[in-house]
Write a protein that binds this ligand. Structure first.
Ligand SMILES: Cc1cc2nc3c(=O)[nH]c(=O)nc-3n(C[C@H](O)[C@H](O)[C@H](O)COP(=O)(O)O)c2cc1C
Length: 281
């Protein structure tokens, strides 16, 4: 490893985990590093883009990367809808939390858990899609779509593009399905805005929980995470303050999972999925 590569690795680890982790890795003589890891550790969500479009070549490369993700039994239970029409983006933004990143998106990729294709194939073979209603079948589609989406996000970042996921795409599943003409037995899992990052609106690498908080050896240990979680709260709070956000990660967790009503319209997701042919048995 050249000095430049070592310095780049140290900087990347420091941004993600703090200087203590970067120093620890260096003292331990850890030398594992390459361009893929560098791209992954440099990930940050980008919400402001130049008006330039994502080229057809870039889109096709991104979808080829998505297709190359592993897929449960190679069933490939996902599809992606690419949206660039400004009127449609405006309508989708209205359904997805009125986010400017969606309204002004150069390209919105909507990742779909897709058992409709399987349904069509079953029909053409005079069979019924009798197993679509199980939770397991919905999860197969969600996992496949998510793995594809993350391969796409990494591919986009490797091409110098920026991305932001849009979970708010699940706010109004019925209306969104109508807008995208999604067939029964399919639903939108997540959106991904892709574009050329606006260099005047620099997006920072966001600190994460330390490796030792999320990495368990042999068996899961909840109590062992306490010190690491407290260390993270201090580190991310400093980051949020730098960003002008008076915020705490712990308050975010409590706000989302321990505050009644925090899921808002998404509390109705089960019923919406049932209407789309996923009974979740
Ligand atoms: C499934 C999922 C849904 C998300 N939905 C939104 C969203 O609707 N709007 C948004 O601005 N960011 C969204 N994000 C981005 C997260 O806020 C972001 O990944 C997180 O704050 C970590 O920041 P980073 O990606 O810059 O590291 C989403 C991320 C994921 C993984």
């Amino acid at each position: 490893m050249t000095d430049t590569v070592v310095a780049g690795r140290r900087a990347a680890l420091a941004l993600r985990y703090g200087t203590a982790e970067a120093e620890r890795a260096e003292l331990a003589g850890e030398l594992v590093w390459n361009e893929v890891l560098a791209t992954q550790l440099a990930h940050r969500s980008v919400r402001k883009f130049l008006p330039d479009s994502v080229s057809e070549e870039q889109l096709r490369a991104i979808v080829a990367a998505a297709s190359s993700a592993a897929s449960s039994s190679n069933l490939q239970l996902w599809s992606v809808v690419a949206v660039t029409d400004r009127d449609r983006l405006g309508r989708i933004a209205a359904l997805a939390g009125n986010q400017d990143a969606v309204r002004n998106a150069p390209l919105l990729l909507v990742w779909v858990a897709d058992l409709a294709r399987a349904g069509r194939i079953a029909e053409q073979n005079d069979r019924d899609l009798v197993n679509a209603g199980f939770v397991e079948s919905a999860l197969l589609g969600v996992v496949d779509a998510t793995l594809a989406a993350q391969n796409a996000a990494l591919a986009a970042e490797s091409l110098g593009l920026g991305t932001v996921y849009i979970g708010a795409i699940r706010n109004h599943p019925t209306e969104l399905a109508e807008e995208l003409n999604l067939p029964a037995h399919s639903f939108a899992v997540v959106g991904l805005v892709v574009g050329h990052p606006d260099p005047t609106a620099a997006a920072e690498v966001k600190p994460r929980l330390g490796v030792d908080v999320v990495l368990h050896r042999e068996q899961y240990d909840l109590e062992a995470q306490e010190a690491g979680t407290a260390e993270y709260e201090a580190r991310i709070s400093a980051f949020y303050r730098e960003q002008g956000l008076a915020d705490s990660w712990i308050e975010r967790v409590v706000g989302r999972f321990a505050t009644p009503g925090a899921l808002g319209v998404r509390e109705g997701l089960k019923e919406a999925l049932e209407r789309r042919g996923f009974d979740l048995n």
